[in-house]
Ligand binder design. Sequence first.
Ligand code: NAD
Length: 469
Amino acid sequence: MKDGYLDFANSPMGAKLVNALGLPKPMQLERYKAGQPVVRGTVLVGGGGEPQLLSQLAAFFKDIGAQTLAHERLPQWVSVANQAGLTTGRWGGNGQPGEKVKALVFDATGLEDSTQSDALYWFFHDAARSLLPCGRVVVIGRPPEDCASHRKATVQRSLEGLTRSLGKELKKGATAQLVYVAEGAEGEMESTLRFLLSPRSAYVSAQVIRIGRPVGEVVKPADWGQALAGKKVLVTGASRGIGEAIAEVVVREGGQVICLDVPQAQAPLEAVAKRLGGKAIALDIGAPDAPAKLIEAAKADGGWDVLVHNAGITRDKTIANMKEHLWQLTVNVNLSTQERINEAMVESGALKAGGRIVCVSSISGIAGNMGQTNYAVSKAGVIGMVQSTAPIYAQKGITINAVAPGFIETQMTAAIPFAIREAGRRMNSMSQGGQPVDVAEAICWFASPASSGLTGNVIRVCGQSLIGA
Ligand code: NAD
């Protein structure tokens, strides 16, 4: 659905009025177009203590062809970057800012104690005003739960407060994320950094991502723009909305899509599949024989590589007014089917070893919502399923992660009454709703064969919604 206020606030007259009245000023967010570089602009690099990931970061920036600069408190970046074959220089100096930059990357892995946190202060104090619109901030730390000392665990945990606050302060479509990289997982950062630093993550902000040791085989795509080349991807609920956008991005990334939806949606489903050169399966995933039918279809297709559980329903009523069948239906479609399908597909090998499972949760499952006890149970359950099955599926080289959308502009949200819809749209750091493609980009990041270090993660695509923050 079109957001008229977003267009108005970005028109010459609307911008004046919005500024004069102090109204929220949503920015037209930059979104990824095939073939674009990861970062369109310079990256300013900082660090605190004895940063542990500088050489890996230099190799990464070299790989993506980025131009970097060193903050004055990280002078060693110049030699590390030069060694990696990157041309680099110093940014600003003597408290004076340098040029405007597109991204700020801070290696916080060397922070051992909270008394060293002023390194964060100096870097972000100096650079915050120099971030270009739709800029990116990525802070990299070590998972607190793995730290050898409680002091290190404390300062590493404190990074969450920094990134969540930066997400709220920076405005102008900028995002800020925290990435915890476990020891031994340093080689697994690339797919995540590519996602977070690029416009693919336009509506993802203030998230904490955990990268662990690789699950299964480590794969580096020959072409990062075609990361899903040769992969067969099942997308449920693909006839419209977010599911259709997921199918589109899968195909853009070189994958083959198998689109699934209920038999009642057969006509639009087949139209989507035809347009994308994919297959269509008209099936109610809630039916008891759905797992068996999917195993049969996958085996006839030589096995599938990725399952995207996007299909979902709402049947809203306060619990006092809710009929039992509305509870049963919602929990069955949104959660129990996913459990049954995952177990059946993994057990039978119809989801290949090294496969990916990506689930769609919701911020309702994190924050709860009036009139949505059934939906929130199902979506919180998805998070529970992801976290509890990640270690089990890891033994087969399979990862499982979830994306939790906030307010996304779809038919589902267009049906919300005006006042509630406006509140949902604006109550986030971007002052606007997300687009289906924003959810699709996050799903394809998890689905990528290069994301072997990501399992058990739940990432919100919500523009840093205030709800459940
Ligand atoms: P949508 O209603 O437009 O699309 C959902 C699709 O799932 C439909 O095509 C529907 O036919 C299909 N589906 C429903 N039950 C099915 C079944 N039993 N078997 C097969 N297919 C079935 O919704 P959407 O807005 O695109 O949402 C997609 C997912 O994102 C859902 O899981 C939803 O809960 C979640 N989500 C959406 C938002 C949002 O703002 N739109 C926010 C949070 C979470």
